[in-house]
Design a protein around this ligand. Sequence first.
Ligand SMILES: Cc1cc2nc3c(=O)[nH]c(=O)nc-3n(C[C@H](O)[C@H](O)[C@H](O)COP(=O)(O)OP(=O)(O)OC[C@H]3O[C@@H](n4cnc5c(N)ncnc54)[C@H](O)[C@@H]3O)c2cc1C
Length: 446
Amino acid sequence: MKRAPGPGEWRNWAGTATATPARRARPRSAAEISAAVKDAAAAGLPVRALGSGHSFTPAAATSGLALDLSLWTGVTAADTRTGLVTVRSGTTLRALNAALAEFGLALANLGDIDRQTIAGALATGTHGTGARLGGLATQVEALDLILADGSAVSCSAAARPELFAAARVGLGALGVVTAVTLRCVPSFTLAADERPMPVEQVIEEFDGYAAANDHFEFYWFPYGRQALVKRNNRVPSGGPAAAPMPGWRRVWEFEVMENAAFGTLCRLGRAAPRLIPALNRVSSAALSARSYTDASYRVFVTPRRVRFVESEYAVPRESLPGVLAELRRAVPRLANPVMFPVEVRVAAADDIWLSTAYGRDTAYIAIHQYAGLPYRAYFDLFESVVATVAGRPHWGKLHTLDAGRLGPLYPRFEDFRRVRAEVDPEQRFGNAYLGRVFGPAGSITG
Ligand SMILES: Cc1cc2nc3c(=O)[nH]c(=O)nc-3n(C[C@H](O)[C@H](O)[C@H](O)COP(=O)(O)OP(=O)(O)OC[C@H]3O[C@@H](n4cnc5c(N)ncnc54)[C@H](O)[C@@H]3O)c2cc1C
């Protein structure tokens, strides 16, 4: 049974991280954020900004000052001609998508859910899928931050470019992001096509599917033979009008089948783990085809109400088949069976220093386990497989890597640490997680 958070306790969505901040602040302006950072420094307290708590890692955890930015929201500027939109950092993707739609704009790509704040999503390198597209951070044109000394700075490709290259996926290590300027695209409609296919065929034809579709991904239940392939493609403007799923069917498909019914199977599996492979095959066999068209953000995003834990690694695109073959071989031998599907997505190479797709066309492999079921052996097995192909962990999802292992995976890792040392010499924005992934101050590779 899940324990209720204690008084003053912070807990993440998955229940994998808790903290009891010494102090909380709910600023309403950049000046209040600056003042709170300065006050914390005077008291010798570390500082972390809170997003929506959707990271599985303890990225946001602090015993010092927790900055709750839930009152620091909203779009402050939108230019429908250039598509440039500036938004306060505590705004959720859900609110942002709705506001953009009013301007006839949209984000070019999104992940699976919209509960995250824009700054929280950027900080850990949140991404969706699309072989020609990058993660959310590639859509950022400029950032405003409050640094450790309380000063306000702006950065972009032209102004403080190194800070910009570091802070777009910055893990909250460089300062508190107060505003994000995004390059948006005109609103668009997506045609969604989802259908089960034999997993062997999907893996064999993976490159072709990734190249032929704007947004391609698939789910695969580790004991099932079928994968659920999702292909979302842009409907050209002037094309057929959107044909969204009727409201009742959305409720049936997303709430009943994907959440309530799946949640029931998961609870059954947790009560009787030996049934899991069979239940998994039931889930796999229940996959059915559906097609609809809708506003982009209504296709990208679905509700996720069944709690789970997750690890995700970015691997060079060409190494995907080998990793999946190894998982298919090894997962059925695990002592504790796996209840949740594996999700596979793609992204184009980018140039953001700590982006998991830095410098290489990427395939993302995400593994999950139902909350409350043992997952350590599965996640360890996964890590040992992706380690052989230089896999990079999602910064917001469970992994065990430290600075010594992460440094060699990122050509600009030392540059990130140098910029961090320049803007936050006392590691005011540090916490235990950053201590692990960035190591102590000073060079770790030299
Ligand atoms: C159900 C579910 C589905 C998910 N789907 C996807 C997906 O499709 N794709 C994907 O890539 N990831 C996905 N994730 C992971 C999620 O997008 C990331 O973990 C994201 O960071 C969570 O955002 P948040 O607002 O909850 O931030 P938090 O988890 O609260 O914080 C993340 C980090 O951001 C920092 N931060 C927050 N605000 C600021 C600020 N203003 N300035 C500086 N630092 C700040 C925090 O200190 C922390 O270090 C999913 C997670 C869940 C639980």
